[in-house]
Design a protein around this ligand. Sequence first.
Ligand SMILES: [Zn+2]
Ligand SMILES: [Zn+2]
Length: 444
Amino acid sequence: MKKHKDTRIFPVPARVGLFLLALCAGIGAGAAEPGSDTAALLVHYRHLHRNPELSLQERNTSAYLAGQLEAAGFEVATGVGGYGLVATLRNGNGPVILFRADMDALPVEEQTGLPFSSTARVVNTAGEEVPVMHACGHDIHMTVQLGVARQMAADRDAWHGTLLLISQPAEEIGAGARAMLADGLYERFPAPDYNLAFHVSPDLPAGSIGYVSGYALANVDSVDITIYGVGGHGAYPQKTKDPIVIAARTVLALQTIVSRELPPLESAVVTVGSIHGGSTHNIIPDEVRLQLTVRSYSDATRDFLLRRIREISRGIAQSAGLPDERLPRVTVKDEYTPAVYNDPDLLSRIVPVLESTLGETAVTAVDPVMAGEDFARYGRTQAHIPGALLWLGAVDATQYQEIRKSGETLPGLHSARFAPAAGPTIATGVRAMHAVLLELFGGR
Ligand SMILES: [Zn+2]
Ligand SMILES: [Zn+2]
């Protein structure tokens, strides 16, 4: 999940409560399938957790996974779009299915107290030494993918097609999927018929899966606005064009795009997350800089938001009397991630499989969120490729019940205290994704 600290807005449906009762009675989902190797996978999980690497620095993680996936019987290509891996298992005629896991960690100092906590520190691209932690659960993603790889290799009599496992770098900065595609992912390797991924959820209990049909995660744009003025003495405002006042008017006017210009049922966010200008009390500065995050689901809404941000910024500066050469500069940053759209037809095949594998009460429809994920890029090249990103519950079941009673909140993604219940989460992830793959390969 890309740099959004708060995704903790799932409702907690009654079905999850029922599921927990079932789990307590020992009849629910979450147990490892016979033959699955959760204990062995936990060794890999702890290794990955203890050795996190930042976006674009996933050298050791990538090498470690390459070795494991090769040992599982996959043909592994390294160095695809940076440290990206493509592990292929060709198993006769049938669909091509891409299943992606992401590898990067975050500049967060771990405070979970786990015995296998990360103490790693690295130098980031700005040359600063920073702590590193798998605070977004990508270590779980990689471990589950490895478990699925082993099961699919062991089960190869039960399915036909080509399984393409992607170990993707740099998800947190929205760069990895684009880099792998630009490096010829769909030209050098078979182009997929379906794309799959999952993300751990800090809001659902381990043993459960959450899903959204349709838009699940948002278009994410970062926008920089530099508002120019004409600086001068704070006691002689008549001789200036004050960019701080222009910026204040701009910030307020931008809030009316969502509240007054979009249909009320259309979801969007315009947040001004940073505003900087000026140096001291009595000087009117020459410029003020704003940084925005802009979120939407449809391309049409995205285009509308970005157009109106330009028009409003410009119009307010013009109304303040600034000449054309001093109008604001509005820059939409390159790090855009497109919205994740879960194909409804694909979901209608996946959900019944999950229900029969994990138990009906363990599979829950959840609300979409406005966080971002660059997984969407895999479906957006060439013709549309149907895909789905699922939420994998990661909260210890007992803790989940306690929290529900007390009304407290648990550490979310990107928190220094985010500590998923690794065993049941990994076991459930492997069972779920294995079952989904068998269904899509026509092997069930
Ligand atoms: Zn993530
Ligand atoms: Zn993240």
